[in-house]
Design a protein around this ligand. Structure first.
Ligand code: C2E
Ligand code: CA
Ligand code: CA
Ligand code: CA
Length: 274
């Protein structure tokens, strides 16, 4: 991919040292980005498919580098996970997302991505608690998006952490559902409130095979008492199909790309002068 090559060749300049040095340079640039305030958040609507109401937003991090321009999280999140910077970055994302959302004149849900590395290297429960306390955002409106990779090690500590997050009042959403290796067995027994059907299933709709998967996930989720959201909704035909088969919520370019809050109607509460 050209964009990927862009940041790679810019930071990992092949003329400047070996891979280890190049990684160190990008790691350094990421650390500086955090202290220099080069990260910012965009928000993508999650829409009630029956009414069209924006019931939630997902916070998605961006890196505005003074030289390389806008860098996608697909490029820097994996490295931040490897180097451990994801812990500090993840703390910033949580706090910043809650801070902004606490100020909006809007009562919907806020979704924040938390990667497996944050659980492994950091204290996610402590970070979430601190972000909620310092911003006043209510836990009852917070969703934490995790992925199936969190469960590969079958770690009891992970389940305990998720249960603590639920005890705070937050909900756990399983992101990219259907792309992992062992989706079904653990859905019933793990502390997961919500399933996000991966965009690879939605983007290909209409398609008989994908429809079987989407409808099976919906049926299973309903039986297990889990909420469902479909990602990657790009066309009105997809939206109508999903609504028809009873998928309650959708997210995708059809409704809006990840956006600045003002662009999707999220404005700061009027502060009463009196
Ligand atoms: P994700 O959590 O699965 O986020 C959804 C990605 O799909 C976003 O890419 C979003 O812009 C994109 N998307 C949404 N709707 C559509 C659509 O209709 N069509 C298509 N083609 N794409 C759509 P983005 O923002 O580039 O983020 C990529 C990934 O980076 C995220 O995937 C997530 O895994 C990670 N990421 C983003 N922000 C954070 C963060 O704050 N913390 C962590 N740990 N990871 C993050
Ligand atoms: Ca996500
Ligand atoms: Ca996803
Ligand atoms: Ca993903």
């Amino acid at each position: 991919v050209a964009r990927r090559g862009g940041i790679r060749s810019a930071v990992f300049d092949p003329g400047h040292g070996n891979r280890i040095e190049q990684r160190r340079r990008l790691d350094l640039a990421l650390r500086r980005a955090l202290t220099d305030g080069q990260f910012f958040l965009l928000f993508q609507p999650q829409v009630d498919l029956a009414s069209g109401t924006m019931v939630g937003v997902e916070a998605l991090v961006r890196w505005q580098h003074p030289e390389f321009g806008l860098v996608s999280p697909a490029e820097f999140v994996p490295l931040a996970e490897e180097t451990g910077l994801i812990v500090g970055l993840g703390d910033w994302v949580l706090r910043e997302a809650c801070r902004q959302a606490a100020g909006w004149d809007w009562q919907g849900r806020l979704s924040v991505n938390v990667s497996a590395a944050q659980f492994r290297l950091g204290d996610v429960v402590g970070s979430v608690r601190a972000a909620l306390e310092s911003t006043g955002f209510p836990a009852s409106r917070l969703d934490l998006e995790i992925t199936e990779t969190l469960f590969v090690d079958n770690d009891a500590g992970i389940v305990a952490a998720l249960e603590q997050l639920q005890a705070l009042g937050a909900r756990i959403a399983l992101d990219d559902f259907g792309t992992g290796y062992s989706s079904l067995s653990y859905l019933a027994r793990l502390p997961i409130d919500k399933i996000k059907i991966d965009q690879s299933f939605v983007r290909g709709l209409p398609d008989p095979q994908r429809e079987v998967i989407v409808e099976t996930v919906l049926l299973m989720a309903r039986r297990l008492g889990k909420l469902v959201i479909a990602e990657g909704v790009e066309t009105d035909e997809q939206r109508r199909y999903l609504a028809t088969v009873g998928c309650p919520i959708g997210q995708g370019y059809l409704f809006a790309r990840p956006s600045a809050p003002e662009a999707i109607g999220l404005r700061s509460r009027q502060v009463d002068a009196a």
